[in-house]
Design a protein around this ligand. Structure first.
Ligand SMILES: [Zn+2]
Length: 97
């Protein structure tokens, strides 16, 4: 009998819901650079986000800036977060194709 391993779960930074890691978007901050981690294997502090509009909207939202900066332990600017948001949106569109 095969023993099924529990799927790794992560919490979305925006809505705080727990989900399977593979269903979430991973963003990392490493050496002061924020990157979309498409393969979920980049080094750095990983932050997870649901791939839906309402959670993506927290990227670059003024009210959420401190939350992101705290999660990354890095003083990210809104412009940096917004550019990551655009990158995620493009990435999601490509995946759906
Ligand atoms: Zn979420």
């Amino acid at each position: 009998m095969k023993i099924k391993k529990a799927e790794p779960q992560r919490t979305c930074l925006s809505c705080r819901k727990k989900q399977a890691k593979k269903n979430l978007i991973r963003i990392t901050c490493f050496n002061g650079k924020i990157r979309l981690d498409k393969e979920q294997n980049l080094p750095g502090r990983g932050v997870y986000l649901c791939p839906n509009d309402s959670c993506l909207a927290s990227l670059g939202a003024k009210k959420r800036l401190k939350l992101w900066q705290g999660a990354f332990r890095y003083p990210a600017s809104r412009a940096e977060l917004l550019s990551i948001k655009r990158e995620i949106e493009t990435f999601l569109k490509e995946e759906k194709r």
